[in-house]
Design a protein around this ligand. Structure first.
Ligand code: EPZ
Length: 422
């Protein structure tokens, strides 16, 4: 397993591009199932999770070209399986995104339950309740969800989510696009990735209104056509790079990010004292040696994103005073705290609340990545720490950040990847 070694203390300067959004590319790839013919996903990030989704779709019979590049073509004309096996689903929860499209296109699906993951149990009950409301017969068989549509296909339904779920909204929007009649999704997730998927489904011939708001209307149609679409920029990668520049007292221009997708994050960076402004089609950020404390509570979009919570905790260690960070989305997303403490951070936790006192001088040491965003936070802490840090198990990082060490090195960081054994 590879590790990343960082000599802390370097300030980041320069410009870098933001890659396509992982969490927009994955549902788009699943949407290719809905149409016979060749769809094209452009500006795709080159990531482990994208490769995993490609493997799953190929298993189902989607012909894929361009794997490992930014332009993927996916031809679902000859789907030959409706089963998503445990071996693939267990490595990536987002595999559940094939469930809705398979039931809509083939009338049936057999998808392994994702199981829990590092950040929490992460059930899919909301996905299943919605499909049930659309007339699908849902059974659980040896750890698999078996879904079967009525003989004449899924029917439109009125569905109110107990909580806004991103992939739940995406799954049911895709299923409803080919259902008979109208579907109403209420308390729907409002993330930009949900809106981007609805935009693509409409390009395919779907009739969806309200994506990006809590109420989405879908008028089902008989068939959908393939799409050609460029993935939106990754707001979480952008936010992570903004924090990297801020905590290292740097001055960096992030090209290609969408400021309107980052309002909650930029608001907190400004409140902490970083200078962030729109420039040249992106965002420029200037950091400081010490920040003002800020309190953060993660919320569904457009609130502060849970995927940026660990990164802002690193900035809080550089703030004068006490910051309180509350994680409301996942039940176990504070695992980075113990590693940050080992680097010298003064953090106390009580359930889902973390109290950070600063400023503290972090010191480098060997740390272990646990989930995708926690591993990014450890990289940020290492950039600002005194001395050397080794971040182990960087495969977590590679799931969601494309060659991040190359991009940070180009901005002045002393960072390198050390190839591990197998
Ligand atoms: C999406 O996950 C993202 N992944 C996650 O990003 C992100 O952290 C999360 O949304 C929240 O913003 C993708 O888009 C591929 P949820 P998702 O369903 O859809 C509970 C990353 O780092 N819930 O919105 O799986 C769930 O347990 C990843 O890129 C149910 O109870 O998240 C959680 O507490 C990590 N029942 C909350 O809702 C359900 O049926 C939000 O989950 C579904 C969800």
């Amino acid at each position: 397993m590879d590790k990343i070694v960082i000599e802390g203390g370097e300030r980041l300067f320069g410009e870098t591009d933001v890659r396509g959004a992982k969490n927009a590319a994955l549902p788009l790839m699943a949407a290719s199932i809905l149409a016979g013919g060749r769809s094209t996903v452009r500006n795709a990030p080159v990531l482990r999770d994208v490769a995993t989704m490609a493997r799953l779709l190929a298993h189902l019979g989607v012909e894929i070209d361009g794997g490992g590049t930014r332009t993927l073509t996916l031809d679902a004309s000859r789907l030959r399986r409706h089963e998503a096996p445990y071996e693939l689903v267990k490595t990536m929860r987002a595999s559940v995104l094939v469930l809705g499209p398979l039931v809509a296109r083939l009338g049936r699906a057999r998808v392994s339950l994702p199981g829990g993951c590092a950040i929490g149990e992460r059930p899919i009950d909301q996905h299943l309740r919605g499909l049930d409301a659309m007339g699908a017969r849902i059974t659980i068989d040896h750890g698999y969800v078996v879904a079967k549509a009525p003989r004449n296909g899924l029917r439109g339904a009125s569905i109110v989510f107990d909580i806004p779920t991103v992939t739940g909204t995406e799954n049911l929007m895709m299923a409803a696009a080919l259902a008979r009649g109208q579907t109403l999704l209420e308390n729907a997730a409002r993330e930009p990735e949900v809106e981007d998927l609805a935009h693509v489904l409409n390009k395919m011939g779907a009739r969806i209104e309200g994506a990006g708001t809590p109420v989405i209307h879908v008028q089902g149609v008989d068939a959908l056509a393939p799409f050609d679409h460029a993935v939106i920029p990754d707001r979480i990668e952008a936010g992570t790079l903004l924090v990297a520049a801020a905590v290292t007292r740097g001055d960096v221009l992030l090209r290609g990010c969408r400021p309107e997708h980052l309002e909650a994050v930029v608001g907190k960076l400004r409140a902490a004292g970083a200078e962030v402004r729109a420039e040249a089609g992106g965002l420029r950020v200037r950091g400081r040696a010490e920040f003002d404390p800020v309190d953060i509570t993660t919320q569904p979009y457009p609130g502060f994103p849970t995927d940026m919570q660990a990164q802002l905790m690193v900035l809080a260690t550089r703030s004068r005073g006490q910051s309180i960070i509350t994680e409301t989305i996942f039940e176990n997303r504070l695992m980075h705290v113990s590693e940050l403490r080992r680097m010298g951070a003064d953090i106390h936790t009580d359930g889902r609340i973390a109290i950070i006192r600063g400023p503290t001088r972090l010191t480098g040491c060997a740390v272990m990545a646990s989930d995708l965003r926690a591993s990014a936070a450890l990289i940020l802490a290492a950039l600002v720490a005194n001395g050397r840090t080794e971040v182990l198990r960087v495969y977590h990082l590679d799931r969601g950040y494309e060659r991040i060490e190359q991009r940070l090195r180009a901005l002045g960081a002393k960072i390198r990847r050390v190839r591990g054994e197998a």
